[in-house]
Design a protein around this ligand. Structure first.
Ligand code: IMP
Ligand code: MG
Length: 181
């Protein structure tokens, strides 16, 4: 029997348990660890959604590393190019650094396609991406994910950092929108 929870007007049901998440993160952590020995990587978590994943992922890597967070904001441009992003919070230089971007979910890929490009223009030595979730059926922009938690169906999810209208970020499991809910 699936556990149901409400967030504002919507009903969600359990989807990926805290234990499944934690087991997957241990594996990703070891992969990151083995590929980043002696590189002193800089993890860049994308707020708000990736705050929990970042905290758990960096603890799963036994590495000398730094951790920073950015917030990406978008607004509707007046031209047909649509949304334009602004990056807040990245005060340090990333030139010559090994970067590991940490994101909660790649949906259309628009956000990460922009942000990875933005980082690569600043001459880092390498840029890798860790994303907890990917909705392959929703992808519209090319994004290479180096460390992926789970591929999921194109349905809205909350929990473990992900929100609906600001709600649900504190849930330890991931929940999926219930159909006919
Ligand atoms: P993209 O730019 O379309 O890939 O969207 C990425 C951002 O949209 C993610 O970082 C999330 O913050 C948000 N997002 C996409 N899908 C979901 C979802 O199912 N639940 C909660 N947030 C989502
Ligand atoms: Mg996000």
């Amino acid at each position: 029997m699936k556990k149901l929870i409400k967030a504002n007007d919507l009903v969600f049901e359990t989807f990926i348990s805290a234990q499944q998440i934690s087991e997957r993160i241990k594996i990703l952590g070891k992969q990151i660890e083995s590929r980043n020995q002696d590189k002193k990587p800089l993890f860049i978590g994308v707020l708000n959604g990736a705050f929990m994943f970042t905290a758990d992922l960096v603890r799963a890597c036994d590495l000398e590393c730094e951790i920073a967070f950015v917030r990406l904001s978008s607004y509707q441009g007046t031209q047909s190019m649509g949304k334009i992003e602004t990056v807040y919070g990245l005060e340090m230089s990333i030139e010559g650094r090994h970067i590991i971007v940490v994101e909660d979910i790649v949906d259309s890929g628009r956000t990460l396609n922009y942000f990875l490009d933005f980082l690569k223009k600043q001459n880092p030595l390498s840029v890798e991406l860790a994303s907890l979730l990917l909705k392959p059926d929703a992808l519209k922009f090319s994004v290479k994910i180096d460390y992926l938690g789970f591929e999921i169906a194109d349905k809205f999810v909350i929990g473990y950092g992900l929100d609906y209208d600001g709600l649900g970020r504190n849930l330890e499991d991931i929940y999926q929108l219930k159909e006919n809910g």
